[in-house]
Design a protein around this ligand. Structure first.
Ligand SMILES: NC(=O)c1ccc[n+]([C@@H]2O[C@H](COP(=O)([O-])OP(=O)(O)OC[C@H]3O[C@@H](n4cnc5c(N)ncnc54)[C@H](O)[C@@H]3O)[C@@H](O)[C@H]2O)c1
Ligand SMILES: [Zn+2]
Ligand SMILES: [Zn+2]
Length: 361
């Protein structure tokens, strides 16, 4: 029997989100219904509401979530009702050219549920990142459910479903930060702060946090930053060099995603160092840089989607580190809120006062 639950819907470009009744069909083959416990508010949800991702309104927002599997469809064997899971937007297909080459973290054909959730009048919903978890329950592909330690806090570990994983993975997977490295992170929101935590987990020796907002820099110290730079206070590249023996950092992570921050990353890195772009640029942004500098400085220029994570490999491991007290995921949860408070949380995100607001359901 289809069931009706509450969900946060963006009906039209720029319009405030509303809590609506949404209808969830029984899970079909390969699908699962998850009873959501907690879901973080990510910048990408706001991008959806503003029409910045695509025009497929109405959206069911929310995608950084943890919950308990309620029911599964035919053929589902990896998860079962009662399993505690973190939802992911990389349910690897196993058949695309990346998967077949043994690099599933680049999977080009990840799975979502094939049935649609709807409004009560039958209008089909587009779930954010194929998840839609600002809702009491949601319908996903079973591969989007990654089982983790059921005693962990849902509000904290749900954040691994997007922004925190993107930041941790930008440092650990894409940037391949090594013991003793120097790392600089530009932009210390949820994603950049997680990159700092990732650099600490990898035992980087020098970790430089860069932001325009002193509150973010203060939080970054708690995440593991050994030095901070206020980007409004002077030349960022010179400041990075001054903290790294005049050379620049081994790895510089751009968690803002603008041409000017990417250039700071490019010139703020040591010769043969690595730049990782994890912040998401907008379509009109352009980059102009002397090609000779690209050649002459060597090293690698990378971008990081979802921290190049493999959920089945990374989520349980990171939850275990959290449970052991080696990765402070609670520090990312600035506040917990109700399902009616998502619009207010967007405003606070804009104002800069939070790393993550988390909706508890
Ligand atoms: N690649 C991925 O898979 C992935 C996943 C999730 C989010 N993201 C993207 O990562 C970016 C950051 O997300 P977030 O949730 O941390 O956002 P956020 O808004 O919480 O944080 C952005 C931070 O950057 C700072 N900032 C802005 N301009 C700056 C500048 N010129 N110099 C230094 N600092 C500056 C802000 O003060 C803020 O602290 C966004 O673009 C988001 O879309 C990427
Ligand atoms: Zn694949
Ligand atoms: Zn996100």
């Amino acid at each position: 029997m289809p069931q009706t639950v509450r969900g946060v819907v963006a009906r039209a470009k720029g319009a405030p989100v509303t809590v609506e009744n949404i209808v969830i069909p029984d899970p079909g083959p390969g699908e699962a219904i998850v009873d959501i416990a907690a879901c973080g508010v990510c910048h990408t949800d706001l991008h959806y509401r503003e029409g910045g991702i695509n025009d497929e309104f109405p959206f069911l927002l929310g995608h950084e979530a943890a919950g308990v599997v309620e029911s599964v469809g035919e053929g589902v064997t990896d998860v079962a009702p009662g399993d505690f899971v973190v939802l992911n937007w990389r349910a690897v297909c196993g058949r695309c050219r990346a998967c077949l080459r043994g690099r599933p973290w680049y999977c080009f054909d990840t799975h979502n549920a094939s049935q649609k959730m709807t409004l009560e009048d039958g209008t089909e919903l587009s779930p954010a990142l194929g998840i839609g978890a600002f809702a009491d329950k949601t319908l996903v592909a079973a591969g989007q459910c990654t089982k983790v330690d059921p005693t962990a806090s849902p509000a904290a570990v749900g954040l691994l479903g997007c922004g925190v994983m993107a930041g941790l993975g930008a440092a650990i997977n894409t940037g391949n930060v090594q013991r003793g490295d120097s790392v600089a992170v530009i932009g210390c929101g949820g994603v950049g702060s997680a990159a700092i935590a990732g650099a600490r987990l990898a035992n980087a020796a020098t970790i430089i946090a860069i932001d325009l907002d002193d509150r973010k820099l203060e939080w970054a110290k708690g995440m593991g930053a050994t030095h901070t730079i206020n980007a409004g206070a002077g030349d960022v590249v010179e400041a990075i060099q001054a903290l790294t023996g005049g050379h620049g950092a081994d790895v510089v992570i751009d968690a803002v995603g603008r041409p000017e921050t990417w250039k700071q990353a490019f010139y703020g890195r040591d010769l043969a160092g690595t730049v990782v772009l994890v912040g998401v640029p907008t379509p009109e942004m352009q980059l102009e840089i002397p090609l000779l500098d690209v050649f002459g400085r060597g090293g690698s220029l990378k971008s990081s989607w979802y921290g190049d994570c493999l959920p089945s490999r990374d989520f349980p491991m990171l939850v275990d580190l959290y449970q052991q007290g080696r990765l402070d995921l609670d520090a990312f949860v600035t506040e917990t809120i109700g399902i009616d408070d998502v619009e207010a949380a967007f405003a606070r995100m804009h104002e800069g006062g939070v790393l993550r607001s988390v909706v508890e359901l």
